[in-house]
Ligand binder design. Sequence first.
Ligand code: IPE
Ligand code: IPE
Ligand code: MG
Length: 228
Amino acid sequence: MRPSDDKLHAAIIMDGNGRWATARGLPRVAGHPAGAEALRRTVEAAPDLGIRILTVYAFSSDNWQRPRTEVSALMKLFHMYLRRERARCVENGVRVSIIGRRDRLPTMVLPEIESAEKATVEGKKLQLRLAVDYSSREAIAAAAKKLNGHATRDRLSAALGGPDVDLLIRTGGEQRLSDFLLWEAAYAELVFTPVMWPDFQASDLAAAVAEFHSRERRFGAVPKVALA
Ligand code: IPE
Ligand code: IPE
Ligand code: MG
């Protein structure tokens, strides 16, 4: 499952909200609404850069370990984001879906998820996948369990539901995957940027896409020039 270059699947680990806020003398949680603004900008900029699928890491299954106040602020923000952005997504042809576990989310969030997914189902310009209570290891284990001893590479990919990732970006300066799309990113081009997520601009996304196009993807084969 390799989408062509003009149908990019980009994935973003939106990291650095807490440090962004702390650097401004603000409480950590103040970074998250600023991060939501960055997501809005990114979603708007993505289609013109050839991105057709955008998967963003909003809340990992390990993030439940954070202080209760931060977790609840994040859940409220998620609720508000879905409610506020729904109409804009419909207008802009953005299809929204949520990946990750739903059974541990606050009950107030579930109707917002369902209504955002339903309202935007016809969106053709961009597929926005929000990873919430997401763990890639857990998703792989669940897919393998479902295949009940008949797992193959293709079946596992299909059971996981999303196409392979072409470009994976992590903001905030860390260079790790933190349990995000481990299977799907097998041959993803990785771009790490020190920019804190709330500061991420359309130009940063454009730079990452340009970096992606400057690389030669070989998928284990020899460089094209070697065959000439
Ligand atoms: C990313 O920013 C948002 C979430 C993980 C929910 P962080 O909150 O991890 O910010 P830093 O990495 O602590 O700066
Ligand atoms: C990964 O960031 C999760 C999200 C961005 C939602 P973390 O900040 O939780 O990851 P670690 O703890 O630095 O690995
Ligand atoms: Mg972080």
